[in-house]
Design a protein around this ligand. Structure first.
Ligand code: CP
Length: 304
């Protein structure tokens, strides 16, 4: 099994299948209401989030708690990082406290690789800059597998701000590795340079993007970037790139809607679609807990 989880590209198909299988076993216990599994008793896990998060941080902390590990959530805002301590010095300090595994989010692409080179403990990348968010892609693929039976053979359209999205990058590589077809659509200003070298097809109209897709995955529009003129306005964005009843006429009747969260309601997805049966968004959050339990177990050498 892999020592660190830094990028979905580093995982083999067998690694991903092993995570899904362990997650399936864990899901059985959770369905019975068993949240105290004690598999990781004696293991020490630290979460180190330099960027905001709800889903990823809380699901990792719940996952580690349910498995019986000792969990420490480092509050970066009140830590010595605020006194100017470097990432390497912080990492070496925390590594000296009998830590078995770090879960880190950072705004700089490559920060998790640097952490992994610095510490003896194992490292999970919980999102680094624009680069990678491997556990998000794993929970997304697990959710697709749960809903459709298999990832292989699915057609997935990723729509929105692909340029700034580590979620899109991890899903493009993860989905293609698992045998899915990936289509991309969004404003020209939000499609990254070099997309032609990634295993996906860029669509040039919404009709083309939605046609024959089993899943449409909307990405969060980073409203803080709107001042930079990357798209004209939020309402225009919704009109041309948002998911609503009007443009879903171009999609399959049983298309599923996904979004990594947090959602800007009525921007990326219309409110009524968010609460419809098509939305798998709450399953994504639930499966985030399950798959992260599976990942922690496998990385720390335990299985259920
Ligand atoms: N999807 C995701 O990474 O959400 P958070 O920022 O809330 O962790």
């Amino acid at each position: 099994m892999f020592k660190n989880l830094l990028n979905i590209k580093d995982l083999s198909v067998e690694d991903i299948k092993a995570i899904f299988s362990e997650s399936d076993r864990i899901a059985k216990y959770l369905r019975k209401g068993q949240k105290s599994l004690d598999v990781l008793k004696g293991k020490s896990i630290m979460t180190l989030f330099y960027e905001n998060s709800t889903r990823t941080r809380v699901s990792f902390e719940n996952a580690a708690n349910f498995l019986g590990a000792t969990v420490t959530s480092v509050n970066v805002a009140t830590s010595s990082v605020q006194k100017g301590e470097t990432l390497i010095d912080t990492a070496e300090t925390l590594d000296s406290m009998q830590t078995d595994l770090f879960v880190m989010r950072h705004s700089i692409s490559g920060a998790s690789d640097l952490l992994a080179k610095t510490v003896e403990a194992k490292v999970i990348n919980a999102g680094d800059g624009l680069h990678a968010h491997p556990t998000q892609a794993l929970l997304d693929m697990y959710t697709m597998r749960e809903h459709f039976g298999s990832v292989k053979g699915l057609t997935v359209t990723i729509i929105g701000d692909v340029k700034h999205s580590r979620v899109a990058r991890s899903n493009i590589y993860g989905l293609s590795k698992m045998g899915a077809t990936v289509k991309i659509y969004g404003p020209n200003t939000l499609i990254p340079e070099g997309i032609e070298n990634m295993p996906c097809t860029v669509c040039h109209s919404l009709e083309e993007a939605f046609a024959n897709s089993d899943i449409i995955m909307a990405l969060r529009i980073q409203l803080e970037r709107q001042q930079k003129g990357l798209f004209p306005s939020v309402s225009e964005y919704h009109k041309y790139f948002g998911i609503n009843d009007k443009n879903l006429q171009f999609a399959k009747k049983d298309v599923a809607i996904m979004h990594p969260g947090p959602v800007n309601r009525n921007v990326e997805v219309a409110e009524n679609i968010l609460s419809s049966e098509k939305s798998l968004i709450n399953r994504q959050v639930h499966n985030g807990l399950i798959t992260r339990m599976g990942i922690l177990n496998l990385m720390l050498g335990k299985t259920i």
